[in-house]
Write a protein that binds this ligand. Structure first.
Ligand code: SF4
Ligand code: SF4
Length: 179
């Protein structure tokens, strides 16, 4: 795991601020991700928060103490064995940086994403699956929607298994969905 300063000292790839978005390669260099074995076991949180910012509602949100921060500004660390993938921390994060990935299904991965756009898609709807840069990389089926108390929805989508660590947003056909 490397902070932004450590990345610069080691001559590693530019961070998300320099290129405008996070990539999987940067994520792998920045945080400890769950192992393939843990991913295959069932839903687990992926926290894509790599900057040193004074924020910690995610720590409070997890009643299983799976999320910890060394101090207010340090990036969150996850104990993947404690996390049950309940998704309750997703809509708490003001940075929309928390996801849950479930690779325990055959063929498809289920990805839970925070969503604040309109229209909100309907269950069963096909939407475009977007990567961290906003590029469409495939199709997704909307499995379920939970409207969070603070206005952020949590949407579960099914995508091809090889896209589990790439898809982090969706684009809804404006002619569909709830307004
Ligand atoms: S998904 Fe649930 S168990 Fe996992 S870190 Fe978030 S709140 Fe904790
Ligand atoms: S709530 Fe979100 S933005 Fe704040 S520290 Fe946690 S993951 Fe990062």
């Amino acid at each position: 795991m490397h902070t932004k300063m450590e990345r610069a000292e080691k001559g590693m790839k530019n961070g998300p601020r320099e290129i405008g978005h996070l990539t999987y390669d940067i994520l792998k260099e920045s945080i400890n991700l769950p192992t393939e074995k843990r991913l295959a076991k069932g839903p687990v949180v992926i926290i894509e928060c790599t900057e040193d910012i004074p924020c910690d509602p995610c720590v409070e949100a997890c009643k299983l103490q799976a999320i910890k921060k060394e101090n207010l500004t340090s990036p969150p660390r996850v104990d993947y064995e404690r996390c049950t993938g309940c998704t309750l921390c997703i809509d708490i994060c003001p940075g929309l940086a928390i996801f849950v990935v479930d690779c325990s299904h055959d063929g498809k991965a289920h990805v839970y994403i925070p969503y604040e756009m309109l229209p909100v898609p309907k269950r069963g709807e096909e939407v475009a699956a977007l990567d961290r840069s906003g590029k469409a990389v495939g199709k997704a089926e909307v499995l379920k929607i939970r409207k969070g108390e603070r206005g952020t929805s949590v949407i579960a989508i099914a995508v091809d298994r090889n896209l589990a660590m790439e898809v982090r947003s969706i684009k809804v056909n404006k002619d569909n969905g709830e307004k």
